[in-house]
Design a protein around this ligand. Structure first.
Ligand code: TAP
Length: 476
C-alpha cells in the first residue's frame, strides 16, 4: 500500500477576524440588533469567527443602500465602465486565490484540492466572463438596449459559498443591477472576504451589500418590498416558500433547487473512465452538490464488473483534514447535515438496500461520513427518491435504453444527468429524452461560465451562466 506523508496547506495565509459586522454601503457596520452567531470549522468544531445576524431593519438599510447606488451610480455607468470593475474583481480573486481557497476549506470542510483547483478558478472565470458581457448586452439577443431590473436580493447555500456568490453577483452587476446577498449561516467567511475585495476594487459604495444571518434574514431580504429580483439557490422546500411569497409582487425570480441525478452507464462504456466519473459525480465536495450523480443506473450485464471496480477505487480515497493536499473527502458541512445523511442512510438499510463503505478511519472530532454505496436499491426507496446531499450513492440497474430513460426521469427533480457510452447516436437519443437541465456525456460535474445551468420540475426555474444567465437580470 502506497503511504502518503501529510501535506497540509498552511492556514497562516488567512486572516480571520474574531468578529464581523455587516457590509452595507461600502462600509463595515454594526448590526442594529445585538444577535450574533458563530461559524465553526466542520473538520475540528473549532469556532472560526462570530458574525452579525441581520434583522429586518438591517436588511432594510442594505436594500436602501443598494437602491441609492443603483439610481445614482451603477445603472448610469456605461457597460464598459462596469466591466472595468468586474475585471478588477476577477483579477483580485486570482491574486488572492490561495487565501480564499484556504478560507473556503476552513469554513466549509471541502478538500483544499477542490477549493484550489475547482471553486476558485471558476469564481474568477465567472467574473471574467460576465465582465466581457457588460458592454455587449445589446448583442445578447434581448433587444438593442436591455435595461437592468434594479436591486437584486440573492440568497445562497453553503455547498459552494464563494462560487454561488460569483454565479449571482457577476451577472447581476454586469447587467447594471445592485445587490444585497445573504450567505448561508454555516459558511459566511468567503462572502465577507469578498466584501473586502469590493473595497479593494474601489467598487462604488452600495453596489454590493452583504448581510449575514440565518433563514429569517433571508426571508426578510426576499420579502423586502423594494427589491426587484430574487435569486435563490438551496433546498426545494425553501424555494417553494420563496416562490409563494414572491408570487404576485412583480419581482423577477430564479430558483436553483435540489436534484437527484441519474448517472447512466451502458455496457459499451469505457469502464475505467466511467468509474472515475461516478466517483467525481457523487463524492466530489462530499456529495454536497445539487447536480450530484446520486443515482447510478448501470446496465445489468456489466453491473458486477463495474461495482467491483468502483469498490476498488473507493478503497483508495482518503478522508480527513480538508487542508491536506492529499485529501479526497473532507468534512460534512454541519452537524445538522450529518444527521440528515445518517437518517437517510439508516432508512436505506431499513428499507432493504445493502450498504457498503470502504474501511476508512474517521477523525475523532468534526463531522464526517465515509463514502457509502447502496446496492439492491428499489425506485421506491427513500435513498432513490430524496436528495441526501452527502457522499452516498444509490445503485440501480436497467436492461434497455428505454428502461434507463424511464428510471432516470422517475424523480420529482430534473437538474442534471450523465450518460456513459461510446455511441454518439445513443448520447443524442438519451439527451433528448432525459428531463434534466444539464446532460453530461462521458464526463460529470463539469462547469463552465459560458454554459447555462438550471433545472426542470422541482429543481427550479431560470438559468444561470452563459448568455442565458443575463436574462434573469435584464428587464426583458
Ligand atoms: P436551505 O435552507 O434551502 O438554505 C439555503 C439558503 O437559504 C441559506 O442561505 C439559508 O439560510 C436561506 N434560507 C433558509 N430559510 C429561508 C427562508 N425562509 N427564506 C429565505 N432564505 C432562507 O438549505 P439548507 O437548510 O442549508 O439545506 C437543507 C437541504 O437543502 C440540504 O440537506 C440539501 O438537501 C438541500 N440543499 C440543496 C442545495 C442546492 S444547491 N440545491 C444547496 C443547499 C442545500 P441559512 O443557511 O442561514 O439557514
Amino acid at each position: 500500500m502506497f503511504e502518503y506523508a501529510p501535506a497540509p496547506e498552511s492556514r497562516d495565509i488567512v486572516d480571520i477576524r474574531p468578529s464581523y459586522g455587516l457590509f452595507v454601503n461600502g462600509e463595515w457596520v454594526d448590526p442594529l440588533g445585538d444577535e450574533r452567531d458563530k461559524t465553526v470549522n466542520p473538520a475540528t468544531e473549532e469556532v472560526l469567527a462570530e458574525f452579525a445576524v441581520a434583522s429586518d431593519a438591517d436588511v432594510d438599510r442594505a436594500v436602501s443602500a443598494a437602491r441609492k447606488a443603483y439610481e445614482s451610480v451603477w445603472a448610469q455607468l456605461p457597460g464598459r465602465e462596469r466591466a472595468k470593475y468586474l475585471f478588477r474583481i476577477a483579477r483580485i480573486i486570482q491574486e488572492r486565490a490561495r487565501e480564499l481557497a484556504v478560507l473556503e476549506s476552513l469554513d466549509n470542510g471541502k478538500p483544499i484540492r477542490e477549493s484550489r483547483d475547482v471553486d476558485l478558478p471558476l469564481v474568477a472565470a465567472h467574473f471574467f466572463y460576465y465582465a466581457g458581457w457588460a458592454d455587449k448586452l445589446g448583442y445578447a439577443g434581448f433587444g438593442p438596449a436591455p435595461k437592468p431590473l434594479g436591486v437584486a436580493a440573492q440568497v445562497i447555500p453553503w455547498n459552494f459559498p464563494l462560487l454561488m456568490l460569483a454565479w449571482k453577483i457577476a451577472p447581476a452587476l454586469a447587467c447594471g443591477n445592485t445587490v444585497v446577498l445573504k450567505p448561508a449561516e454555516t459558511t459566511p467567511l468567503t462572502a465577507l472576504a469578498f466584501a473586502e475585495i469590493c473595497r479593494q476594487a474601489d467598487l462604488p459604495p452600495g453596489v454590493v451589500n452583504i448581510v449575514t444571518g440565518a433563514g429569517a434574514t433571508g426571508q426578510a431580504l426576499v420579502n423586502h418590498p423594494d427589491v426587484n429580483k430574487v435569486a435563490f439557490t438551496g433546498s426545494t422546500e425553501v424555494g417553494r416558500l420563496i416562490a409563494r411569497s414572491v408570487a404576485g409582487t412583480g419581482k423577477k425570480l430564479t430558483l436553483e433547487l435540489g436534484g437527484k441525478a441519474a448517472n447512466i452507464v451502458f455496457d459499451d462504456a469505457a469502464l475505467d473512465q466511467a468509474v472515475e466519473g461516478i466517483v467525481n459525480g457523487i463524492f466530489f465536495n462530499q456529495g454536497h452538490v445539487c447536480c450530484a450523480g446520486s443515482r447510478l443506473l448501470v446496465q445489468e450485464s456489466i453491473a458486477d464488473e463495474l461495482l467491483a471496480a468502483l469498490k476498488r477505487r473507493l478503497s483508495t480515497l482518503r478522508l480527513g483534514d480538508p487542508l491536506d493536499k492529499n485529501t479526497d473527502i473532507g468534512a460534512i458541512n454541519s452537524a445538522a447535515q450529518l444527521a440528515k445523511i445518517r437518517e437517510l442512510s439508516e432508512a436505506g438499510e431499513q428499507e432493504g438496500a445493502e450498504r457498503w463503505s470502504p474501511s476508512c478511519p474517521i477523525p475523532d472530532r468534526g463531522y464526517w461520513f465515509p463514502p457509502t454505496v447502496f446496492t439492491g436499491v428499489a425506485q421506491s426507496h427513500r435513498i432513490a427518491r430524496e436528495e441526501i446531499f452527502g457522499p452516498v450513492l444509490s445503485v440501480l440497474t436497467f436492461r434497455t435504453p428505454a428502461e434507463a430513460v424511464e428510471k432516470a426521469n422517475n424523480t420529482p427533480y430534473g437538474l442534471s444527468a450523465g450518460v456513459w457510452t461510446e455511441k454518439g447516436s445513443r448520447i443524442l437519443w438519451m439527451a433528448d429524452k432525459l428531463r434534466a437541465g444539464v446532460v453530461w456525456a462521458n464526463t460529470f460535474n463539469r462547469f463552465d461560465p459560458t454554459s447555462p445551468f438550471g433545472g426542470y420540475k422541482e429543481s427550479g426555474y431560470g438559468r444561470e451562466g452563459g448568455r442565458h444567465g443575463l436574462e434573469a437580470y435584464l428587464d426583458v
